[in-house]
Structure formats: structure tokens, C-alpha cells
Design a protein around this ligand. Structure first.
Ligand code: AMP
Ligand code: MG
Length: 434
């Protein structure tokens, strides 16, 4: 689908200026927003298969939740005002989880109650077992709430419908389904859920030096590591990865690969987008009819990033009536990873029907000083403790953006703003989450 004209007009291609990170991120966020108006196709799946999928229907409460006033403690169902006098109260009944709701509670009496059991009619609170003193006789037992503790109406009771009323909206369409959402769907009796079909994401690695991972590289060659990495990232982000054979650094090989990829919803190309003599991807995309949203961002790593789309109707493929969105990711694996997280993942999320599209950032305390030349927003491999009291982050030393070993030792990326030449140890900094 065509993005709003404001998106194209943000890119001043005549000046040859690269977009700042914030400009490119805003452009992609607006673009993703416009894509999200087109809802993907749906399918019905078993709840057990739903983890990681995106809800395509509204989930509503099938009944009041909880369906009855429920005790949250083991103890005694009582009237709070009576219990708070600390006078002995007669134990006249007992109710456990699974028993049908029953009552009512007589004046001056309590019922023994277990966690999850329905609170008897007339009771307005539950005193905890730990806070009472038992007395009386085996045939006429009593309890009293030990002073100075008092209790108020509602304590340790969740009223019927307090979490949700029957018919209430619990989750909107577009919610990613993780454990908590699956628990909620299960509580509503949904053995099946309508979810959005996964977008098909073609991953095309380019480069004369690349060999498949099962090959032993000859001198000058390297294994195609980015493809496997991006397939994992695409899967984790809710897409269906489709790995294409490696394309060579020739116009012919690239044209053939782009023709093959035409049925993809999203195309991720790695390599060949820098300014080198054999960086032929951008012209190949142009030949394939791709219109560019931007061709470079002031970031490190990932500066040569290219984003465009083959417009709707430019191919005959039924699968992508909406055209193929295309990213040319710089070939260094850390660059590919960072640009995927920052720019491709939000577009993929929109194509997946998700309402949350990222990228995701967090704050942490910096362990050691970081000094850099300003001019680029940087996303540097870093290790964060994610521990209390405050997560602490430090750079992972790297040998530039081809350092897969450094990336594998990292668990986030330290964000260094464009105008910043020094981040001080102990300061609060932003991190990009994987
Ligand atoms: P390029 O963007 O094509 O100039 O590539 C930049 C660097 O990334 C070069 O050192 C390439 O060898 C390396 N590279 C490109 N593609 C891949 C890939 N699929 N896996 C691993 N490294 C790659
Ligand atoms: Mg290359």
C-alpha cells in the first residue's frame, strides 16, 4: 500500500543528506502505522499453538471474572466490623475451593474458608488463619482476630466481576499472544483463537565472498552467517522466514534473485548497499521497480541502510497484492542486526497485524565512560545486568561491525546520541533491547 505523501516528502533526496536516526525512525513508525490499516488475513489455531502469534479478534470475558466472590486467603469469612471488635466469633461452617457458592453467614459467626473458595453470602472479608486465635470447644469452636490487627470490608476478597464483567473487552485485536494472554484466553474457554497469518519474509544474502554454512570457506570466503541470524530474528518477531540462495555481486544474479522474491511481503537483503564498486543492490532494487523511502541513515552501525517498496500491483503475485516492502541491510552482521531491530522489525510488526511495533528501549546505568566522535547515533553491542537495584550496562569490546563474537556476548545495544561525545560512568543511558 502507498504510504502517506508526507512520508516521501520527508526525504530530501536532492541534497544527498542522510536522515538522522530520529527522522528515519519517525518515517518508519508513520509508515508502519499506515500499513496497519490493512489487516492481514486470519486463521484459526489451537490455543496450544498460539504463543508468539498475534490475536486477530477481540477477546471478551465470557463470564464475570471472577465468576463468584472469591477468597484470596486461607482463613475465616467474616463481617469485618464484627471481627475488628476482637470478640470471639462462632465457627458455623466451612467452604473450600470447588464448593458451590453457599451462605448465608449468621450474625456473630464466621466460616472457615480456603483460598479460591466462594465467600458465603453475608461475609464481606476474610481474616487470615495466621491472625486469629482459636478457642471454644470441639463442638462449638470460636476464633477471634488478634488485636491490635483490624480488618475492613473487602480485605482478602475479590468480588464477583471485579477483574472483568461478562462481555468486557479483555484484549484488542493486534495483541501479541504470550503466556499471560494465553492464560486469559484459557480462562475464557477459548480452545481456539483467530490469529493473523504470518507475513512471508524473504531473506536474501548477497556477496561473492559468501558460502553456505555447510561449506568450508576457501581463502577469501566466509560463511553466510547473517542469513541464519535474520531468520531467527524474523521468527522471533512473528514472521515466516524464507531463505533464498546467496546472490552474487552481479546485476544478473541480483535481478534473478529479486524476481524470485517478488511474492514476499517483506524482503531483507544483506550486503551490497555501501558505496563500493560491487555494491549493486540499490540499482538492482531500482530496476525491480522499488521506490525508496530513504537510502542511508546517520547511525553506526548501519549507515548505508536502504528502505523502499515495490509498489502494489507491480507484480502479478496474488500473495502480495500490497507490494513487497524492501530493506537493504548493510552486510556486516552487527549492522544487519541493528538495522533490523530499529527499522525492519516495526514494519514486520505492522505486516503481522501487531499494535505494538517497537523498537524497544530501556534505561540503565553506565558502568564505564564511553567516548566517541559525535555525528552518528550509535548502537553499540553491550552487556546489561538487568538486575536490581538498577540494571548496569557496559560496552562489549568489538572489532567493528563484523564482530559476531562480540555481538554474541552482548544482550543489548548501548545508544549514544548523535550530538554526544562522552557518556559518563554512572549516568543513566538508553539501551536498545534485542
Ligand atoms: P557489504 O555490505 O556487502 O559491503 O559487506 C560488508 C561486510 O559484511 C563484508 O565484510 C562482508 O563480507 C560481510 N558480510 C556481508 N554479507 C554477509 C553475510 N551474509 N554474513 C556474514 N558476513 C557478511
Ligand atoms: Mg558485499
Amino acid at each position: 500500500m502507498a504510504p502517506p505523501s508526507t512520508i516521501h516528502s520527508m526525504v530530501d533526496r536532492s541534497s544527498g543528506e542522510l536522515l538522522s536516526f530520529h527522522e528515519a525512525a519517525a518515517l518508519v513508525a508513520n509508515y508502519a502505522q499506515s500499513l496497519a490499516r490493512n489487516k492481514p488475513a486470519t486463521e484459526s489455531i489451537a490455543l496450544a499453538e498460539a504463543a508468539g502469534r498475534v490475536l486477530a479478534e477481540t477477546l471478551r470475558a465470557d463470564a464475570d471474572q471472577p465468576p463468584f466472590a472469591r477468597s484470596t486467603r486461607d482463613g475465616y469469612a467474616c463481617r469485618a466490623a464484627e471481627a475488628s471488635t476482637h470478640r470471639p466469633l462462632r465457627v458455623t461452617g466451612a467452604i473450600r475451593a470447588g464448593d458451590p457458592p453457599a451462605g448465608s453467614l449468621a450474625r456473630g459467626a464466621v466460616w472457615e474458608i480456603m483460598t479460591g473458595a466462594p465467600v458465603p453470602r453475608g461475609a464481606d472479608a476474610v481474616v487470615m488463619l495466621e491472625y486469629v486465635e482459636s478457642a471454644g470447644t470441639p463442638t462449638a469452636p470460636t476464633i477471634r482476630l488478634l488485636p491490635p490487627r483490624t480488618i475492613k470490608a473487602g480485605d482478602n476478597v475479590v468480588l464477583r466481576g471485579a477483574q472483568a464483567r461478562k462481555g468486557a473487552l479483555l484484549l484488542p485485536a493486534g495483541t501479541p499472544l504470550h503466556a499471560a494472554q494465553i492464560a486469559l484466553a484459557a480462562a475464557c474457554g477459548c480452545a481456539k483463537l483467530k490469529v493473523f497469518k504470518k507475513p512471508r519474509v524473504a531473506i536474501l544474502s548477497t556477496g561473492d565472498e559468501l558460502v553456505p554454512i555447510t561449506s568450508t570457506p576457501k581463502p577469501g570466503q566466509i560463511r553466510n552467517s547473517s542469513n541464519a541470524m535474520l531468520a531467527a530474528m524474523v521468527s522471533a518477531a512473528g514472521g515466516e522466514p524464507w531463505t533464498l540462495p546467496i546472490a552474487r555481486d552481479t546485476a544478473k544474479s541480483l535481478d534473478a534473485a529479486l524476481a524470485r522474491a517478488a511474492s514476499a511481503d517483506l524482503l531483507l537483503i544483506t550486503g551490497g548497499v555501501s558505496a563500493g564498486k560491487f555494491d549493486l543492490v540499490e540499482p538492482a532494487l531500482a530496476r525491480a521497480g522499488v521506490r525508496f523511502h530513504f537510502t542511508g541513515v546517520r547511525i553506526q552501525p548501519g549507515k548505508p541502510l536502504v528502505f523502499g517498496e515495490r509498489p502494489r500491483g507491480s507484480t502479478k503475485h496474488a500473495l502480495n497484492r500490497n507490494g513487497t516492502k524492501c530493506f537493504g541491510l548493510p552486510g556486516n552482521p552487527v549492522s544487519s542486526a541493528v538495522t533490523f531491530l530499529l527499522f525492519a522489525a516495526p514494519v514486520l510488526a505492522a505486516l503481522s497485524g501487531r499494535i505494538d511495533r517497537g523498537p524497544r528501549f530501556a534505561l540503565a546505568r553506565l558502568g564505564s565512560d564511553v567516548k566517541l566522535k559525535p555525528g552518528l547515533t550509535r548502537f553499540l553491542p553491550a552487556a546489561c545486568t538487568f538486575a536490581l537495584p538498577i540494571p548496569e550496562v557496559d560496552r562489549v569490546p568489538w572489532q567493528s561491525s563484523g564482530d559476531i563474537a562480540a555481538m554474541a556476548r552482548s544482550n543489548c545495544y548501548l545508544v549514544v546520541p548523535e550530538d554526544c561525545d562522552h557518556l559518563e560512568a554512572g549516568s543513566t543511558v538508553r539501551i536498545l533491547l534485542p
